[in-house]
Ligand binder design. Structure first.
Ligand SMILES: Cc1cc2nc3c(=O)[nH]c(=O)nc-3n(C[C@H](O)[C@H](O)[C@H](O)COP(=O)(O)O)c2cc1C
Length: 166
C-alpha cells in the first residue's frame, strides 16, 4: 500500500468486531513502532500487548476515552517522561497506526484513562509511565471521516502567516 493512501485511509476506529488479530500482524505492528524515529535514538518506549478479554474489559473500566471493545490494546509506556520522549511515543503510535491500515485494522489513540489502576493491572513498575493506549481491532463499520482544516489555514510560505503559494 502506498504510504500516502494509508495516511488518508487511517481513521480513528471506535467500533470493532470480535475477530482476533493474528500474532504475525501484532509483530508487524510492534516492528512498526520499533522503527519509529526517536530523539538521540534513545528508544524510550515499552509496548505492552494486551489481548486477554478480561484485562481489556478492566482497562475499559478505567479508560473514559476508550469506546468499543477492541480485541487488542497496545499500551505504550516510557522510561523517562519529558517532551522528547512524548514526541517519540507519538511517532511510534502513528507508525503503528499506519501499519494497522495496511493490515486492515482500525486503531484509536486513547489518552483519556486513569493511569494508576491500569499501571497496577499491567504490573508497570513505578518509575515507568503509561502514556498512550492504542485500541486495535478489525472495524465493524467504516468510521466517519473527520473534518480537517484546509491547507491554507495551517500552512504558510516563508514566514508565519505568509500566504501559501505553491
Ligand atoms: C494524543 C491523542 C489522544 C487521543 N485520545 C483519545 C481518547 O482518549 N478517546 C478517543 O476516542 N479518541 C482519542 N483520540 C483520537 C482523536 O479524537 C482523533 O484522532 C481525532 O478526532 C481525529 O480523527 P481521526 O483520527 O479519525 O482523523 C486521541 C488522539 C490523539 C492523537
Amino acid at each position: 500500500m502506498d504510504v500516502y493512501d494509508a495516511i488518508l485511509m487511517r481513521r480513528s476506529t471506535r467500533s470493532f468486531n470480535d475477530t482476533a488479530v493474528p500474532s504475525e500482524s501484532i509483530i508487524k505492528l510492534l516492528e512498526a513502532g520499533r522503527w519509529a524515529p526517536t530523539g538521540g535514538n534513545i528508544q524510550p518506549w515499552k509496548f505492552i500487548v494486551v489481548q486477554n478479554p478480561k484485562k481489556i474489559g478492566m482497562i475499559k473500566m478505567f479508560s473514559e476515552g476508550l469506546r468499543g471493545t477492541p480485541t487488542l490494546i497496545i499500551a505504550i509506556c516510557t522510561e523517562n517522561r519529558n517532551w522528547v520522549t512524548l514526541l517519540d511515543i507519538g511517532m511510534a503510535a502513528e507508525n503503528i497506526s499506519l501499519e494497522a491500515v495496511e493490515l486492515g485494522l482500525g486503531t484509536c489513540a486513547i489518552a483519556s484513562f486513569s493511569e494508576p489502576p491500569i499501571k497496577k493491572l499491567l504490573e508497570i513498575p513505578t518509575e515507568i509511565e503509561l502514556i498512550l493506549l492504542l485500541s486495535i481491532g478489525y472495524p465493524d463499520r467504516t468510521p466517519r471521516l473527520r473534518e480537517k482544516k484546509s491547507l491554507e489555514e495551517i500552512s504558510y510560505c516563508e514566514k508565519y502567516g505568509g500566504k501559501l503559494d505553491l
